[in-house]
Design a binder for this molecule. Structure first.
Ligand code: SF4
Length: 495
């Protein structure tokens, strides 16, 4: 029987953590099972960004217990960090490991017989549950008890809990993530974790802790390893990527200059990007979400000026109502946001520009929503991620009056999604007759190969093309939300 299986929920950062957990087990010589039913230990790497995410984790625990009653279920990730006692009391859970201890998960002794001499060291001081467990109430005083629905699921028998104050932690768990659909093409590398902001709706800082960065040398090593393995595009990501290198702790050499000196001005995302371009042979670097105020003129010029950086800017907006942005504790005003997007578009006329938008934040009036709708309509977005607000226990927004009725929030969500779909379609149509750069993905169907353009559009390329190649395509049409085209560079003739 294979030894372990890691199931991930939630965002890219959580997937990166899951990849690093797998790496920990594999470095100890353990086998990865193909399914949870074949594993001795199943690690559920959870998300807690919405109430639905918690429900998904609880449903997975029940499913795995049914499929594989003899396995040990270890619950880690953001839900484990937020509500360790609640999770530990769910039937079937063997052990709870918060984000604070996730980097030591393979040392827990869960697979002692397989680990042999390297076996788990429960004597490691940091892993003593009784000593390091910090009740969440001491971290976030407003944290209420579990809902009556969850209380009904909890039992008295509990496994050990390994959770401590996440704000005391400076480790960063990182390993590239390979998308299931595109295993061989666009790995995602998390280079930053945690967040020093306190957006009033967001639980992430409480479960991921302070902002911290993967040191420059480690990033370059990871990228060079990926390039040597044949990857042509790498996506760098973080919880708050624009803060890369800004933490006070620079002793690890996060922002070290090439000669090893630490230079305050060098502790910036632009330094990291310049270094990746200078010290690796990576063909294409894609930058994931960066907060609006971190889109400096330097960053915009850098992305616009290098053919090795994908023309893609993801800039979280959340709302265009000044009142709502203030209540969210966001650090910019709507006019700042507009100015950034206009600068990005002026510098990169064909770039993908995307945003996260939240509807239904407590107190969001019709006028507030209309401000957001209008901004979305007026700015040159090419796609949107629209979220409906869901209260997270312990966050300031959860205690605000005037929670927006669910049906109204859903309706607002629909309005923005429809608007975003129209804008995306218009953007795609603007490329008909043009040539675009694409990377071929793994999947092919009915005479076409799936590709992604430099500016983040799906394109079906006529013929079968090997995965993981940069090609030039002529866009012929747009149908069912995707572009269709033919390869226009000689080396890319269909096989
Ligand atoms: S910037 Fe705000 S929304 Fe994003 S992770 Fe930090 S606190 Fe959460």
């Amino acid at each position: 029987m294979a030894s372990f299986y890691v199931e991930n929920f939630g965002c890219r950062a959580t997937q990166a953590d899951g990849a690093a957990i797998e790496r920990q087990f594999q470095e100890r010589g353990l086998d990865r099972a193909d399914t949870p039913a074949q594993a001795k230990v199943v690690v559920l790497n959870t998300c807690t960004v919405t109430a639905a995410a918690d429900q998904d984790a609880r449903a997975a625990i029940r499913r795995i217990r049914r499929q594989n009653p003899d396995c040990q279920i270890v619950v880690t990730g953001c839900y484990a960090q937020r509500a360790p006692e609640e999770v530990a009391a769910l039937p079937g859970v063997s052990c709870v490991v918060g984000n604070s201890h996730k980097h030591q998960i393979a040392d827990l002794g869960l697979l002692t017989s397989d680990l042999g001499p390297q076996a788990a060291n429960l004597e490691t001081p940091a892993l003593q549950p009784a000593r390091t467990f910090v009740p969440l109430s001491s971290l976030t005083p407003a944290m209420p008890s579990p809902s009556s629905e969850v209380q009904g699921l909890m039992s008295d028998a509990r496994g050990p809990i390994f959770v401590s104050d996440i704000f005391a932690h400076t480790e960063l768990l990182a390993a590239p993530v390979f998308d299931a659909a595109n295993q061989r093409t666009r790995p995602n590398l998390k280079v930053q974790d945690g967040c020093d902001n306190r957006c009033s709706f967001c639980v992430i800082p409480y479960v991921r802790g302070q902002s911290r960065s993967l040191p420059l040398a480690r990033v370059l090593d990871e990228v060079n390893t990926l390039v040597a393995a044949g990857y042509r595009e790498v996506v760098i990501s973080g919880i708050n990527l624009g803060r890369w290198g800004r933490e006070a702790v620079v002793s690890q050499g996060v922002g070290a200059a090439d000669d090893g000196r630490l230079m305050t001005d060098d502790r910036r995302l632009t330094t990291l990007i310049h270094s990746i371009l200078a010290h690796t042979a990576l063909e294409k670097l894609r930058i994931s979400s960066v907060e609006p105020m971190d889109w400096s003129d330097d960053l915009i010029a850098l992305v616009a000026g290098s053919p090795r950086i994908a023309k893609h800017a993801h800039v979280p907006m959340q709302s265009a109502s000044d009142r709502v942005l203030r209540a969210m504790h966001r650090k910019y005003r709507p006019w700042h946001y507009r100015e950034k997007i206009e600068k990005i578009r002026a510098a990169m006329p064909a770039a993908a520009i995307g945003a996260d938008v939240m509807v239904g934040f407590p107190g969001e009036s019709d006028a507030d929503f209309e401000a957001t709708r209008r901004m979305v309509d007026e700015l040159p977005f090419t796609y949107l991620h629209v979220f409906t607000y869901s209260p997270r226990p312990g966050t300031p927004a959860a205690a605000l009056p005037a929670q927006v009725p669910v049906e109204l929030a859903r309706q607002r969500n629909r309005v923005l999604r429809e608007l975003a779909a129209e804008k995306k379609l218009a953007f795609m149509r603007s490329f008909v007759g043009e040539t675009v750069e694409v990377i071929t993905l793994n999947q092919s169907s009915a005479g076409y190969t799936e590709c992604l353009t430099d500016n983040y559009l799906k394109l079906h390329l006529r013929g079968h093309h090997e995965a993981n190649r940069w090609l030039t395509a002529r866009v012929e049409s747009v149908e069912d939300g995707a572009m269709f085209g033919t390869c226009s560079n000689p080396e890319g003739a269909p096989s």
